[in-house]
Write a protein that binds this ligand. Structure first.
Ligand code: FAD
Length: 514
């Protein structure tokens, strides 16, 4: 379809415009919208598309107030749309303020930079100068005053007020305000360094810095590794009582139960459990594959690659490794296999008692606070992170061996078909660039974070296990740093050893195994 031929896909945080939805997205919307009109053949558009995609990921939390959209004017079916909006050159970005009228063709928004940070600031400028009616979801962005703060809790029913002290030119206060837009029980205001009363009262000497003001009248400094946007937003989203609007509150683990026969298993959130890995194998081999009566062709190739990397790199107990080895040799011959025959090898424990994959699932690190949360997909990610790390340790010869096995397993068998499609898009975009075993470990980590970004706040998010850009600053302080301009930067030279140790066979816990 045209959407697939264009420069953006359904897995980007960009609304794809078409003749069917263009009016409902741009006209009379409660959010302000930036729309990019591009032609998929235009070189500048191609060069700009990764910038626009990362901008969309970067301001994902701002969606109720401001959204990004795009339309491919090179697609025949969109020609009328692009003509109606007066588009003659590509790319053209237009700004549609909230509640734009049906005859509006938007305001020109000049893109003279490929710097995501500068674009984000220009978006804030547009919001700052937004005419009435103001997008209802957008919080106030102007600086606050002593008077507003004095009476703040009389008119606002929140537990925390975060005050970001900053210079006039700084955008951090407004960025954090918008980053917290979808969270309740917290409000954010910027205080200018020129607001002498407050600056003196709190003894503020560092700009930016962030202080929490409580309804009891106390001020406390927000503790962060680095005084920068991402660190403030992350810390504020995790304050006690703060939760995503409209989402259930996290519950304490002592009231969590898997089912009446199966009590909640206490676990360490920063460790990997063998019980999850074995449960994932059980579910994958005994449930997911069982949907295929006969496995042949592309599916058989996928299965062979999957079992082969498991036999090579799964850091399992000897009985499990023996079983994986016998499955691997069973698959060496024949150009098709029935699931029944596969299953016979899998369950053939009577003949060889030292060869077995335990039956059933015992989720531990992948337990969810509700039966429909986490579990198997959590296990699949964990399994493949472990395998990329084991392949690196075992000095595998093909840098893409594990990821390519994962790609084809997900493509042929993973029951979540939307997940499989999204994963295939990411793999076809950049898997070919992976050319060392270390970059395979990092590729899976960064793509998993991309999925986390897309799913943060989605219905499938367990309120007790929120989708974060992982590892958090608490788990790995050294993994996070900032560039000279204050933008967040992952220190990959720190992330890599962190992953190697986190997923290494020697740190996997064996609690709760049968
Ligand atoms: P998961 O994301 O499953 O992560 C499991 C554990 O891995 C976390 O608890 C954490 O300890 C660790 N972790 C988190 N991030 C990283 C990282 N970046 N690197 C290394 N370790 C990390 N769901 C959808 O709704 N839509 C989709 O398109 C979609 N695509 C998917 C594609 C694949 C290939 C897979 C395996 C799953 C997909 N899912 C998708 C499911 C979704 O990603 C989660 O697995 C599911 O929602 C359960 O989330 P979770 O909280 O257990 O954490």
């Amino acid at each position: 379809s045209a959407a697939e031929a264009g420069l953006y896909t359904a897995s980007d945080q960009v609304v794809l415009l078409s003749p069917e939805n263009v009016e409902s997205v741009l006209i009379n919307s409660t959010a302000a919208v930036f729309a990019e009109f591009y032609a998929s053949w235009c070189g500048h558009c191609i060069a700009f598309s990764p910038i626009y995609t990362s901008l969309a990921r970067d301001i994902k939390e701002w969606k109720p107030a401001v959204d990004l959209a795009a339309v491919d004017c090179a697609a025949e079916e969109n020609r009328k749309v692009c003509t109606a909006y007066g588009i003659r050159a590509y790319p053209t970005i237009k700004f549609f303020h909230a509640y734009s009228k049906a005859d509006s063709t938007g305001q020109a928004f000049k893109v003279s930079t490929h710097d995501v940070r500068v674009l984000r600031h220009k978006i804030i400028d547009k919001l700052d100068n937004h005419e009435e009616p103001w997008p209802p979801a957008c919080p106030p962005l102007e600086p606050t005053s002593q008077a507003e703060i004095d009476s703040f809790f009389e008119t606002n029913n929140v537990q925390h007020l975060a005050l970001i002290f900053e210079d006039t030119k700084s955008y951090i206060g407004r960025e954090v305000t918008l980053d917290l837009l979808q969270f309740e029980n917290v409000a954010v205001r910027r205080v200018l360094s020129t607001e002498e009363g407050l600056v003196t009262k709190l003894g503020v000497t560092e700009f930016p810095s962030c202080y929490l003001y409580s309804p009891e009248g106390n001020f406390t400094r927000l503790q962060v590794n680095i005084e920068a946007r991402t660190f403030y937003s992350y810390a504020l989203q995790r304050l006690p009582g703060v939760a995503r609007s409209g989402k259930p509150r996290p519950v304490t683990t002592d009231v969590l139960i898997n089912n009446p026969q199966e009590p909640w298993k206490p676990f360490n959130r920063s460790r990997v459990y063998m019980a999850d890995l074995e449960s994932t194998l059980h579910y994958s081999l005994r449930v997911e594959l069982a949907a295929h009566t006969v496995i042949k062709g592309e599916a058989l190739t996928s299965l062979k690659k999957y079992i082969s990397v498991l036999a090579k790199y799964f850091p399992g107990r000897p009985v499990v490794m023996n079983l994986l080895e016998s499955l691997n040799s069973r698959l060496q011959t024949g150009d098709e296999i029935s699931y029944k025959a596969f299953r016979e090898t899998l369950d053939n424990t009577a003949q060889s008692p030292d060869t077995a994959l335990p039956e059933g699932v015992r989720w531990v690190g992948c337990q969810g606070s509700q039966p429909h949360f986490r579990r198997y997909p959590c296990g699949v990610w964990t399994l493949f992170h472990v395998l990329t790390v084991q392949a690196k340790n075992a000095r595998g010869t093909d840098p893409r061996e594990v990821l390519s096995a994962m790609r084809s397993y997900v493509h042929s068998f993973f029951g979540c078909r939307a997940c499989a499609e999204h994963f295939e898009i990411m793999a076809s975009e950049s898997l070919a660039e992976v050319n060392t075993l270390s970059s395979a470990v990092l590729w899976l980590w960064s793509r998993h974070n991309r999925v986390n970004n897309r799913l943060a706040g989605a219905l499938s998010e367990d309120p007790n296990f929120r989708k974060i850009q992982w590892p958090s600053p608490e788990m790995c302080p050294a993994c996070h740093s900032v560039k000279e301009n204050g933008e967040h930067r992952w220190s990959q030279e720190q992330v890599f050893p962190f992953l190697m140790s986190y997923f290494s066979s020697s740190t996997i816990l064996t609690d709760y195994l049968e």
